[in-house]
Design a protein around this ligand. Structure first.
Ligand code: KIV
Length: 271
């Protein structure tokens, strides 16, 4: 019999403590059992069942066609491979347009095994955040570049470059914290803004294309391994290329690079 105690499960309390202690955490997307097992072996703290699955699994040109049923199916797959990580589930496009749909759809994902849900938006999410928190559902608010609004934004563009927009993002992130958001995810913003939001909040901030100063980093599985066709975004690093230790080695190197602060490097950041 092993005398080693099993690694402790990651919870929202773990992430809060890591932020307080200045320890970085690693998140990556996972959509199936094997990805989940690999992420756990590599020490990934949070697995995101992201609506990016619309693009990387289903082959759509955006995340808009993804349904709650799609996310629920992949949460079930990921849950079966999970031993210690925290599972975050995306609330897909138009699945949180009023109080009833928000609660019902979040409940579906939590029952399937998610530990937290993620919604895209800004201060207007405050009502949903409060409502979900009141019902015991932790919320991550995804700000900055919000891919579900790609048509409104006019493309996948860096957000918060002008000082007024940057101030607005900082103020709205604080409002969401006050409305019970447990985590903020910040996508595609200048490094300086990523730092300002992280410093302004008590809750953990996860970045993707938001510079090296956020409390955690996230990458899409297919980007991390160079599997998605086409030109990768600036914030992507392929950890598999030239890696003699294969997929597990690549994911482990990503985790290590997040923790020691070597990823993202300046060439992955926006100014
Ligand atoms: O759906 C997803 O994978 C995401 C990441 C880009 C953060 O939201």
């Amino acid at each position: 019999m092993s005398t080693q105690s099993p690694a402790r499960k990651v919870t929202i309390t773990t992430l809060q403590k890591m932020k307080r202690d200045g320890e970085r955490f690693a998140m990556m997307t996972a959509y199936d059992y094997c990805q989940s097992v690999t992420a756990n072996k590599a020490g990934v703290e949070v697995m995101l069942v992201g609506d990016s699955l619309g693009m990387v699994i289903q082959g759509h040109d955006s995340s808009l066609p993804v349904t709650v049923e799609d996310i629920a199916y992949h949460v079930r797959c990921v849950r079966r491979g999970n031993s210690r990580g925290m599972i975050m589930a995306d609330m897909p496009f138009m699945s949180y347009f009023n109080e009833v749909t928000t609660l019902e759809n979040a409940a579906v994902l939590m029952r399937e095994g998610a530990h937290m849900v993620k919604l895209e938006g800004a201060a207007w999410l405050g009502k949903s955040t409060k409502l979900l928190a009141r019902h015991g559902i932790p919320v991550c608010a995804h700000m900055g570049l919000t891919p579900q609004s790609v048509n409104h934004l006019g493309g996948y563009r860096v957000q918060g470059r002008d000082p007024e927009q940057a101030e607005k993002i900082i103020a709205e992130a604080k409002q969401l914290q006050d409305h019970g958001a447990c985590v903020i995810l910040l996508e595609c913003v200048p490094t300086e803004l990523g730092k300002a939001v992280t410093d302004a909040l008590d809750i953990p901030v996860i970045g993707i294309g938001a510079g090296p100063h956020t409390d955690g980093q996230v990458l899409v599985w297919h980007d991390l391994l160079g599997l998605y066709p086409g030109k990768p975004a600036k914030f992507v690093k392929n950890f598999l290329e030239g890696n003699p230790r294969g997929i597990l080695g690549a994911v482990s190197d990503y985790v290590q690079a997040v923790k020691d602060g070597s990823f993202p490097a300046p060439e992955h950041c926006y100014d």
